[in-house]
Design a protein around this ligand. Structure first.
Ligand SMILES: Nc1ncnc2c1ncn2[C@@H]1O[C@H](COP(=O)(O)OP(=O)(O)OP(=O)(O)O)[C@@H](O)[C@H]1O
Ligand SMILES: [Mg+2]
Length: 547
């Protein structure tokens, strides 16, 4: 039987797939991943530049944040997508260091390419990288310093320097520390869950402020409602307070004007009763997802209730979380135990800039930051920078460990890894040395972006570290190797360990690939030409008066 097959090709692959193998495959992947790293490299460090990203409909984002740049770039290449993944993981786990993680991964791949060209097998390199990762994490642990509360401002400052937040650096540093500490709960700081960041048009970044509570970008439903309510008992509804439009079609023959006014009276009486029941529950504030019509407004105003209509899903969630209210689906179904509580609810601002402040909430961990800015793009970027800074302050409150910044840990790791490499017998040495070189690209990048001579700086830093100056890093403002701890340039240990972990894992994953099988793009699915919107299986689409 076997003889019959001889000479015949056995097709095991779909002929529509393209296949790239071995070095060529590795080359493709590395080129793509490196291109991504190069794209963000120029934003690294306090003197890094920003990127302007414009989507097909003209929406624009101006940012320095690695994760945001990659998210907005709409990347298609699979290996490049892995780099985007690194940034996302870094953001999730540590909140900062996304650019560094991507730059390091890119460099690990770049150094690997050089080794492969010298006939070193990729598995030898990945072995070396894995050993280097374990060692690097050990060294980082040794370098870590116990944090005290007074370093939190420095942590926030390092994360904010060089971002749009520079416009009001010191007030924002203070704000981040205060905000992060205010939500600390059994040693944990959950930024995502507890902090609401709201943009207020007008004013300047310097006016950005902390609010102990929630701020909603809405105004009260009617000007005759109270502007401020103390000891607010809050009802949250997902139904409107209005005359109901009947859902069932029915005909009522009205033969006289009396009958008409009677019908209207009945409808409005229904609303009055509901508002009466609502007020009986003790509610003096109402937030609803739906509408409030004139009738509803009339009775609510009469009862002195502060009402807000058409709240978004997100706003309702915030109010519920902050005040402990329960969402009720019937206006007259609200019971006392459904009500949330806040010390004060007040509408502040004028004209189009009104906002509702819900302060002194039942849940004291609900806090907000109000960013003032004349330009939405600036506010967006300040929000991203604040988010990074809040996260790093949170990391340090949670872990209690910091390391020096300014490229100093990377230099120390590089030096120690080179020493470590010499203790090994095999070729993995090469991988570990390459890893050390890749780490030095971080201080190099920071130096290049500051317009300094990267080679000189790295030489100076190597010299300092060889003399035992473990915290020597680059002061971008003087262009010299200086003690980062003395300058207060510090970062959470977690950011650095996560950079090592995610960059190594991604680089190793890409290095292990030796075969790429790509399905051909088929473009549009084959569609029966008759299955068009206008003409579906012989049914002509009705004319709805649109072009
Ligand atoms: N004043 C400073 N002098 C020298 N280096 C600094 C200074 N402030 C911050 N750095 C360094 O800059 C690097 C961080 O740069 P940057 O914030 O641009 O990138 P990232 O944190 O890696 O990524 P991203 O902030 O985009 O998520 C860190 O290595 C940090 O120690
Ligand atoms: Mg940063």
């Amino acid at each position: 039987m076997a003889g019959q097959l001889s000479g015949q090709p056995i097709i095991i692959l779909d002929k529509d797939k393209t296949r790239t193998q071995g070095r060529e495959a590795l080359g493709y992947n590395i080129t793509a991943a490196k291109a991504i790293a190069d794209a963000v490299r120029t934003t690294l460090g306090p003197k890094g530049m920003d990127k302007m990203l414009v989507n097909p409909v003209g929406d624009m984002v101006i940012t320095n944040d690695g994760a945001t740049i990659l998210r907005e770039m709409d990347i298609k290449h699979p290996a490049a997508k892995m780099m985007v993944e690194i940034a996302r993981t870094q953001e999730d786990k540590a909140g900062d260091g996304t650019t560094s993680a991507v730059v390091l991964a890119g460099e690990l791949l770049n150094k690997a390419r050089i080794l492969v060209e010298q006939n070193v097998h990729p598995t030898v390199i990945t072995k070396g990288y894995s050993l280097a990762q374990v060692k690097a994490l050990e060294i980082l642990d040794e370098l870590a310093i116990e944090a005290t509360d007074d370093v939190l401002e420095n942590i926030a400052r390092t994360a904010l320097t060089g971002k749009s937040a520079d416009l009001a650096l010191e007030p924002l540093v203070e704000l981040c520390v205060k905000t992060a500490l205010s939500i600390k709960e059994s040693g944990r700081v959950n930024v995502k869950e507890n902090i609401n960041i709201i943009h207020q048009r007008g004013g300047s970044i310097k006016d950005t402020k902390f609010v102990h509570g929630v701020v909603i970008d809405k105004a009260r439903a009617h000007k005759n409602m109270p502007k401020r309510v103390e000891k607010a008992k809050i009802a949250v509804l997902d139904t409107g307070i209005e005359i109901e439009k009947t859902k069932v079609k029915s005909k009522v023959n009205i033969t006289s004007s009396d009958m008409l006014s009677e019908a209207r009276l009945e409808e409005s009486k229904l609303v009055e009763d509901r508002v009466e029941a609502l007020a009986k529950s003790g509610a003096n504030v109402v937030f609803t997802e739906k509408g409030i019509d004139d009738t509803g407004m009339h009775y609510l105003t009469k009862k002195g209730i502060f009402a807000v209509r058409r709240c978004s899903d997100d706003e309702i969630k915030k109010i519920v979380k902050a005040t402990g209210a329960r969402v009720v689906s019937k206006v007259d179904g609200v019971e006392e135990e459904d009500l949330g509580y806040a010390d004060v609810i007040e509408e502040r601002g004028a004209g189009n800039y009104k906002m509702i402040y819900v302060e002194g909430c039942k849940n004291p961990k609900a806090v907000s930051i109000l960013i003032y800015s004349g330009a939405e793009h600036v506010a967006d970027e300040v929000e991203r920078a604040l988010d990074d800074a809040l996260r790093v302050v949170g990391d340090v409150i949670e872990d209690g460990k910091i390391v020096a910044g300014g490229g100093s840990p990377e230099m120390e790791l590089a030096m120690k890894l080179r020493d470590y490499a010499t203790t090994l017998q095999g070729r993995e040495q090469l991988g570990i040395t390459a890893y050390a070189e890749a780490l030095e690209e971080i201080p190099k990048g920071i130096a290049e972006n500051a317009g300094l001579d990267a080679i000189d700086i790295v030489a100076e830093l190597r010299n300092a570290h060889s003399k035992g100056k473990k915290t020597a890093g680059l002061n971008v403002f003087t262009g010299k190797a200086e003690d980062m701890l003395k300058l207060g340039i510090v970062e959470p240990l977690r950011v650095k360990t996560q950079i090592i972990k995610s960059a190594t894992d991604a680089a190793n994953m890409i290095l292990r690939i030796d075969d790429i099988l790509t399905a051909k793009e088929t473009g549009m699915m084959d569609v029966n030409p008759e299955h068009t919107a206008d003409y579906y299986d012989g049914i002509q689409a009705p004319d709805v008066g649109e072009d």
